[in-house]
Design a binder for this molecule. Structure first.
Ligand code: S3P
Length: 173
């Protein structure tokens, strides 16, 4: 396993916010798979889904993950919520670094993403049911892909970051 910290978990679990704090604390670089894909594609994620479809987006995620595996160390990598679902990605994630699952409940996701329009999978009606369905089906995948499950439900982003860092230190020492 390479010396990177990977954050996986549902939309709104705090991967980006917490990831930046961890990176600052450790002096690591910070990478966000969504951000890298948006930069490369030259369009927002909603537009990629609309013009090219979800499958094309998932392929972009897998390609990016392979590249990161070949090039990156000493980084904190925040991933899109659906990235761990592809089988090939699961193994790539586990070799790329220590995989932390930031676990949250439906209520927290709902509260944090209220009014958000940047997530195509939660667009339209019945957002609460969509979150419930996706979260229920994905929780077991996140659990099986991760090395460590982190409570991202309680505490400030700094405290969640601290939980990740202390586990990371135990694992690399
Ligand atoms: C997705 C999560 C999003 C983004 C895309 C699809 C998902 O990332 O990759 O909208 O399938 O859960 P965040 O988890 O950063 O919101």
């Amino acid at each position: 396993m390479k010396e990177n910290i990977i954050l996986i978990g549902f939309m709104g679990s705090g991967k980006t916010t917490v990831g930046k704090k961890i990176a600052t604390s450790l002096g690591y670089s910070f990478l966000d798979t969504d951000e890298l894909i948006v930069k490369r594609a030259g369009m927002e994620i909603t537009d990629i889904f609309e013009t090219q479809g979800e499958t094309a987006f998932r392929k972009m995620e897998s390609e990016l993950l392979k590249e990161l595996n070949a090039t990156v160390t000493h980084a904190v990598i925040s991933t899109g919520g659906g990235l761990p679902l592809r089988k090939e990605n699961a193994q790539l994630l586990r070799t790329l670094g220590l995989v932390n699952y930031l676990k949250v409940t439906k209520e927290v996701v709902l509260k944090r993403l209220k009014g958000d329009t940047s997530r195509p999978l939660l667009a339209g009606e019945n957002v609460e049911e969509k979150i419930e369905q996706l979260l229920t089906s994905r929780d077991s995948v996140y659990q099986s892909v991760c090395h460590i499950e982190i409570n991202a439900e309680n505490g400030t982003p700094e405290q969640v970051a601290e939980r990740v860092i202390s586990n990371f230190n135990k694992n690399i020492l």
